[in-house]
Structures are given as structure tokens and as C-alpha cells.
Design a protein around this ligand. Structure first.
Ligand SMILES: [Zn+2]
Length: 333
């Protein structure tokens, strides 16, 4: 069974929760907010186990007692987990939760209701939840988990004790990925590419399309550097056919970002594409032109996001980059 000790990279929140368990002073409504995949859901489950454990040590659940065994089996009568069904949490689910919470609790611990994806509460469900929070049942702890606080009713947010989770640092993420059995080089690369989210890093590890998009992005950047207009237009057509052109643009942006970083401060530690240091170090580019190319990529991504004509947006980008990138490269003559 996981303990607070094993949750990495969220020291402030964990210290606070551990203290609450030790002092047996837990708020009736907690809001776990922060980016996806950084340990909010796991922490909620550890807290639920700790609040019910019969022989906790240093605020951690023991993993051995009758309560912990029930937690491990997923059948603890004091634990309720509510997940969005069909992308929303409906009022019927909240009513059902309220009904279930009215039953007698098991042992002397806390009933813990975890609402994962709390931003998915419909308006009526949120109002119903608000009523519960205004008159909370005794010995009950609600944990609302969200990666989008601004989508929650402000009245709900104000009734909760807010605990902020942060992006995982690169070193923490790298360590966690290695513990998951990833090769050190791949763990390092994924830690840099996944924006501080363990869930994203793990999802990407086995996602072949992701690695293929990354390979293509580098190929496209090299092709655009040659400045051939005809080839650039063909490239736009190829990009349009890909399942997720936005992801290729992301990778192109990361690639150009690395080229730019190297021109300004040549340190491998600062690169995201840490497996391509040699190739990046061999290039000489004009930073101003790289910045223009990056701005163009950024603009194209926004256009795609706003549902502009995809083909047209990609063609305009390809044409502009086929001018900016050779200009950036020509700086050394
Ligand atoms: Zn226990």
C-alpha cells in the first residue's frame, strides 16, 4: 500500500496532510488542485487510508490492519469514489453519494468521498454538492480533485480548504520513471518532454504515434531549412493528413527552441531533446530568425486551435518557415 512517504515532489501538501492526520484535525472539504498526472488522485487515496487506519505510523497508513486491507481490496465501506460518467458528474450521482453517506460508518475513522474530475460537475450537481458542503455530515471528508479550478463554482471553491499540487520537477519525474522500469536515457527524455506530468510521461512512453511525430518534426525542420518552396507545400499536405498535426508543430517548436537555446547558451542541460545534443550543437543559427520561425509556429497552432482552414494555415506556415529557417541557417555563410 502506498504511503505519504512515497508521494514525490509535493512536499508542502504532503507535510500539511500528514500533520492533519497526526493531529486528527482534517477539514470536511478539501480541494486538490493542480496539473494532471502529478499525484492528486493517489494522495487522496493515501489520505483516505490514513484517516481510517487502525495503527497509523507517522501519519501513514500501516498497510496491514483490517481497514488497510479493505482499502487495498477496493471494498472499504468508508471510501466513496465518484468519477465523471460521460464527461460530467450528474446530480443523480451526487444524490446517490448523499444517500450512501447517510449509512453508518465503518469503525471509528472517516467517511471519505473522492470526487475525481470535480470540474465536470454539472451546474445542478454542483449546487447540490454545495448544499452538502454547507451542512456536512459528521466524520466525513470530501476531497474534490481537479486540474481546472476555474471551472468549479466559486462558492464551492470557497467552502474547501485548497491544497495546491505542482508540476513534478524533471529530476523527480526522471526518478519515478526509472522506478517504473524505464531505461535511464528514455526516462530522462520523457521527463523533459512531458511537462512535469507523470501520467502524461507514462502515456507517452508507449505511444508509437508520439515518437513517430517527433521523428517527423525533425525531418520537416531539416527539409524546411533547405528552403525549397515546392517541397514545403508538399510538406503542408503531409502534415494535414497526420492524425494530430498540432503535436508535430509542438515538436517542431521544441526543436527550434533547442536550437535557439543552444545559440544563446550552449549547455546540454538546458535542452529538451537531450538525445540529440550533438546534432543541435553542430548547427549555427541566427537567433532573431529562429525567434521569427517560432512565432510563426505559435501563430499556426493558434489558427488550428481556432478551426481555421487547416490546409491553408499549414501552407502559410510552411512557406514562411521555408524563408525564415534558411535565413537563420545562412548566418554563418
Ligand atoms: Zn492500517
Amino acid at each position: 500500500m502506498l504511503t505519504f512517504d512515497q508521494i514525490k515532489g509535493q512536499d508542502t501538501v504532503i507535510a500539511q496532510l500528514r500533520r492533519s492526520v497526526l493531529e486528527k484535525r482534517i477539514g470536511h472539504a478539501l480541494l486538490f488542485a493542480g496539473p494532471p498526472g502529478v499525484g492528486k488522485g493517489t494522495t487522496a487515496q493515501v489520505l483516505a487510508a490514513a484517516l481510517n487506519c487502525l495503527q497509523p505510523w507517522e501519519g501513514n497508513p500501516c498497510g496491514q490492519c483490517a481497514s488497510c486491507r479493505l482499502m487495498i481490496s477496493g471494498n472499504h465501506p468508508n471510501l466513496y469514489r465518484l468519477l465523471p460518467g460521460e464527461r460530467s458528474i450528474k446530480i443523480e450521482q451526487i444524490r446517490q453519494l448523499q444517500q450512501t453517506l447517510s449509512y453508518k460508518r465503518w469503525g471509528s475513522g472517516y467517511k471519505v468521498a473522492i470526487l475525481e474530475g470535480a470540474e465536470a460537475l454539472t451546474l445542478s450537481a454542483a449546487n447540490s454538492m454545495l448544499k452538502i458542503l454547507e451542512e456536512p455530515p459528521s466524520a466525513t471528508c470530501f476531497i474534490l480533485v481537479t486540474d481546472n479550478v476555474s471551472a468549479l463554482l466559486p462558492t464551492i471553491v470557497s467552502r474547501c480548504q485548497k491544497l495546491l499540487f505542482h508540476q513534478l520537477s524533471q529530476s523527480v519525474l526522471q526518478e519515478l520513471l526509472r522506478e517504473h522500469g524505464l531505461e535511464p536515457e528514455r526516462a530522462e527524455l520523457l521527463a523533459r518532454l512531458s511537462g512535469g506530468s507523470m501520467a502524461r510521461a507514462l502515456a507517452l512512453a508507449g505511444d508509437e504515434a508520439f515518437w513517430e511525430d517527433r521523428r517527423l518534426a525533425r525531418e520537416y525542420c531539416r527539409l524546411l531549412e533547405e528552403g525549397d518552396l515546392w517541397e514545403s507545400l508538399e510538406l503542408a499536405a503531409l502534415l494535414e493528413k497526420r492524425h494530430n498535426p498540432g503535436q508535430i508543430l509542438d515538436f517542431m517548436e521544441i526543436w527550434l527552441r533547442d536550437l535557439l537555446v543552444w545559440q544563446l547558451c550552449p549547455s546540454a542541460r538546458l535542452l529538451i531533446n537531450c538525445d540529440c545534443v550533438e546534432e543541435i550543437a553542430n548547427g549555427r543559427y541566427c537567433p532573431a530568425n529562429l525567434q521569427k520561425a517560432l512565432a510563426e509556429l505559435h501563430l499556426t497552432r493558434r489558427r488550428l486551435h481556432q478551426n481555421a482552414n487547416k490546409r491553408l494555415a499549414l501552407e502559410v506556415m510552411a512557406l514562411k518557415l521555408s524563408r525564415e529557417l534558411p535565413a537563420a541557417k545562412e548566418v554563418t555563410g
